[in-house]
Design a binder for this molecule. Sequence first.
Ligand code: BG6
Length: 484
Amino acid sequence: MVSRVIPVDPFDLVLFGATGDLARRKIIPGLFHRFVVGQIPPGARIIGAARTETTHDAFVQLIRESLEEFVPKAASQGAEIAAFLETLRYVCVDAAGEAGWRDLGQHLRPEAVRAFYLSVSPALFGAIASNLDAHQLATPESRIVVEKPFGRDLASSQALNADLRGVFDEGQIYRIDHYLGKETVQNLMVLRFANSLWEPLWNSTHIDHVQITVAESLGVEGRGEYYDRSGTMRDMVQNHLMQLLCLTAMEPPSRFRPDAVRDEKVKVIEALDPVVPTNIVRGHQYRAGSDAEGYRDHAGDPQSLTESFVAMKVNVGNWRWAGTPFYLRTGKKLRARTSEIAIMFRDPPHMIFPRIEGRRGNALIIRLQPDEGITLRTTIKEPGPGGMRVAEVALDMAFAEALGPHAEAQDAYERLIMDVIRGDQTLFMRGDEVEAAWAWVDPIIRRWEEDGQAPAPYDVGSSGPEDALMLLHRDGRRWREIQV
Ligand code: BG6
C-alpha cells in the first residue's frame, strides 16, 4: 500500500506548556514523526512557550531528550532529529501576566498559518486567550487548540467556552478528544458510511443491543490526585465513550464535513434518555490483590469515594434506536487493555435448525485497540456427518494483516495536529457538543455526590464489579469477555 503524505505549508505552532508531560510524550514526538515523513516542511516553526526561564539551547536539549525517550527509532534517526530541532524556538511567557508576549509576537510570521496549542491547565485558557487578544497575536485565521478536561460540569464548560469565544470564533477553536484521532475510531465512520452492507441492518429492527467497552489494565498510577478529583465518569465517559456512542448511533451525515458530522453527533447526545439509578453501576475503586496495588495506594484521600469503573445501560430515544439499549463500560485495572464496539444482532425470527448450546448469535465486533480489526460472528453448518448441525465461527480480519505495514496506526495526536494546521475541524468537538455531553452527565454525578454511597470495590484484574454483570443478566444478556 502506498503512503500518501501531503505536505502542509510552513506554519507557526505555539505550544504553551511545551516542557510539560503531554508535550514531551505525545505532541513533540507526533510532530517529529510528521516531520520525518515529509509532511511538516523545514520552514515550519514550533515555538515552545512556558513559564520556565530557560535558554533556547536548554529547551532544544530537553526536546532532544524527549525524542530519545519517547520515539522508538530515535537512536537511528540522528540526522532527522538534528533537522527537526532546527524548527524549534523558545519563549518564556507568563500566561496570566505581562512578560514574554512581545517576544512571542516576534517569532510569528504574518503570512504563515498560526496555531496556539494550550497544553496547560484549563484554569489558564481564559488568561492565555485574552493575552493573545491584548497583544494582537490572535488573527482572524489563527487557531486555538485545547485539551480535556474541558470543564468538570456544564457550568464550568460553558465558562471555558465563553472565555475562548470572547477572542476566537467557534471555527477557530479545536477541542481535542484524542479518541477521535485514533485510526480505528475514524474507521467506524468509514465502515458505516462507505459500505452498503450495514446501513439496512443498523437499527433496532435488526440489532438487539450494542456493547461498548473501553477496558484499561493500567490504574491511576502517578495521576492519583487528578483522577481522584475527576473519576471515570468525567475522565472517560463524558468524552471518549460518548464519542464512540455518537459515531455508532449517529445518522449518516450528508457530507464528510466538520459541521455535517458534528451536527449528527450532537443529535445523538440530545436524544439520550436520562439514566435511571438502576441502570448504572459505579465501580468504586479497584482493590489490591496480594501483589498488586489498589486505587487507594495512589489516591491522595484514603476516604475517597471516587469511581474508577462505570457500567451503564443507555437508551437513545429516537426512531432508529428505540428498543435497542447501548451498554457502556469502562474502568481501570481490569483484566486487559481492550476497547471494542460489539453490535449484537437479533436472532432469526424462526430457527429451523437445532439450537446450539450457548449460542450467542450474529455479532459485528469492531476492535479499536489493541489488535485493531473486525470480527463478524456467523453461523455455518458444522462439516461432517451427524445431521444438520450448525456452529458459530468468526470471520476475522486484523487490519495489520489485511493492509500490511501501513496499517501501523499513527498516534492519535499526529493526525489531530495536522488537521489543526490544515484547518479541518471534523475530528474535534464543537462547543455545543461538549456542553450537551455535560448536560447529560451532570445529573448522574450530582446524584452520586448527594447520596454519598459507600464504595463497592472490585478486584484488580477482574471484569469489574458483580453488579455490572447483573446489569445485562437481568435483561437476559451477557457482556462479552474482556479479551486478554
Ligand atoms: C485519557 C484519560 O483521556 O485517556 C486516561 O485521562 C486514560 O485516564 C486514557 O487512561 C486512555 O487513553 P488510551 O488512548 O490509552 O485508550
